[in-house]
Design a protein around this ligand. Sequence first.
Ligand code: GLU
Length: 622
Amino acid sequence: MVTVDRRRSLRRAGIALAAATSLGILAAGAPATAAPTAAPPGASVTTGRPAPAAPSTSTGTGGAVSSVDAEASRIGLEVLRDGGNAADAAVATAAALGVTEPYSAGIGGGGYFVYFDAATGEVTTLDGRETAPVGMGPNAFINPATGTPYPFATAVSSGLSVGVPGTLATWETALDRFGTDSLREALQPAIVLANRGFTVDQTFRQQTLDNAARFSQFSDTAALFLPGGDAPQVGSTFKNHDLAQTMKLIAQRGTDVFYDGPLAAEMADVAQHPRLAPDATIAPPSGFLTADDLAEYEVLEQAPTHVEYHGLDVYGMAPSSSGGTTVGESLNILEDFALSPDALPQSLHLYLEATAHAFADRNRYVGDPAFVDVPTETLLSQEFADSRACLIDPAQARPKPVAPGDLAATGCEPAAAVASADQGVSTTHLSVVDQWGNAVAYTLTIEQTGGSGMTVPGRGFLLNNELTDFNFVPAFPGDPNTVEPGKRPRSSMSPTIVVDGDDVRYVVGSPGGATIITTVVQVLLNRLDLGMTLPEAVAAPRASQRNAATTPAESAFIAAYADDLAPFGHVLAPVQGTNPSPLAAEIGAVAAIEVDQGGLITAVAEPVRRGGGTALVVEPAN
Ligand code: GLU
C-alpha cells in the first residue's frame, strides 16, 4: 500500500494560471463554438496525447477526474497533475462546477463527500446537507391563510425552501481533514473561470429556458441568468464576475465571511424577503433563515454505510441521506439471486423488484438520525435483506406499492403499504482518484435545477430549495422526514466507493433526485453482474422502480426491454411525463471511475446525457 504524502507542496503558485491556460475557452481568436462540452453519441476514448477536448471515457494512470463538465474536470486534473490529492482535486472541481453548473451546484447548496484513504483503507464521509432553520416548526409548510400545505411549486421558488447551505463548510472540512491545499488555493481556478467565462452549451441554455418563467420573477436572478430577457445563446461566453468576487472574498477572508459575516446576513435577508421583479406574478412565502442559523451550521463527519457485494466492500453515505442504506439494501437483496447477461430480462426484473422493496423501507424508516431513530444497521444487514428477498418472485412483479419490512420480523410478513415520495432531478456528481489511490465520491446540489430561483444580490449564486425534500405533512404516522428545527431533509444522494481488499475499485455517483439510488445500483449491476464494461454500464439505458405501479424509464430502455419485462408484470412509462424539456427524458448523469487490479484507471462520464460529461486521466494510456 502506498502512503499518502500530506506535506504541503510549493506547487500552488502557478495553479490559477496553469488551469486557466488549460481552458480551451481562453484561446484568443478561437471561434465561439470551439470548446463544446457536448460529446458525440457513444463513448469517446483517449488513445494517447494529445487528448480530445472533452472525452467521456479516458484510460490511463496517475489519477483521474470525472464530472459532467469539461472545464471542471480539467481544473481537477490540473490539481492532480500538480501533485494535489483526491480531496484537493475534488474541492477545486466542485468549485468550478459552481461556476459552470450554477443551477445544480454551488455555495448556496449542500452535499455529501465520501473519502477513501488509501494509506489506512478507511472510508470517511462528510454530511454537508442543508439544515432547516431553527425557526422552522412542524407547520412551516402549512399556509396560515388556508390551513393547507403550500403547493409544492410555490414552496420551491420561495424563501421557505431555503436550507442553511453546507457546501462551503464541506469544502473547508474536506481540505482540513484530507487535503493538502488551503481553501484559498482550491478556489483560485474557479475564480479565474468565473471571471473569464465558459462557453454556453445546449444543456446550459436548455436548463435556463426550463427555468426562465420563474427566474424572471426574481430581479437579481433575471439580471444574471436572463441577460437581455433571454437565456444565454449556445456558443456565447457566460461570465459571472459577482461569483468570482464572492469566491475571492471567501479566499481572502475565510469561510467566516459566509457563515458569520456579511454574506450570512444577505442570504438571510433574501430568504426572508424574496426580491421580486417589478412585474412579478408570484407571491412566494417568506423563509425562516437567519444569520444565526448560518453561524450555527456544522458539517458532520460520520462512518459510511457498508455492505459486501460479491466480495467487494461497498461504502456509501449514511443518513441523513437515504442513498447508502437504499443502495446497500438493494445490493444485499440482489446478492440472494444470480444475475447474469444470459438471463437479462429476469435480471432486470429482479433489479426493479429489489429497488422497489428497498424504497418501501427507505420511505418508512429513513430521516435525519439526529431527530428520528433510523434503523441503519438493520437496513444494511443481510438478514433483513434476506427477509425482503424472500418476498420477491423471480417470475412475477409484486403489486406496488409494496409494504415496508417489519424490522423485528424474521419471516416475510407484509405490513401496511407506504407509497414513494419524489424529489427533484438536478444536482451534480464528481469522482476522483489520485496517484496514491485515494478516492473521492462527491455529490452536491442546490436541489431542483435552479434551486429556489433566488440569487443573492450581487453575489452571483443561487440559494437552494433543499427543504422541499421534507414531506410537507406526515405521509403516515411516524413519518421520519417531516420538518423540525435544525433537521436535515432526507436525501437520495448516493456517492459510492467500492473497495476491493485494500484498493479502490469503483467510484460512482449521479444526480437525479430519488433516481440517484436506482442509477447507482443499475450501474453497479451492469458492471458487476451483466457483463458490461464501465463505459457501457454508464451509457446503458436506465429505469427507476421506486415502489410505484409503473416504472419510469428512458425511451431507449422502453424500446429495448418493455416487451421482455411485460411477462413479469412490469409496466414501463417514459420518465419525461408531461415535461417537454429533453433533459427531463433522461435519468441521471453519472460520473464514475474504475481502477483495475493492475492499477489501470478507466474514468467515465456520460457520453450523451446532459450533453455529455468529461472524464480525464493524468497519464493517458496508449
Ligand atoms: N435534493 C435531492 C436529494 O438530496 C437531490 C436533487 C437532485 O438530484 O435532483 O436527494
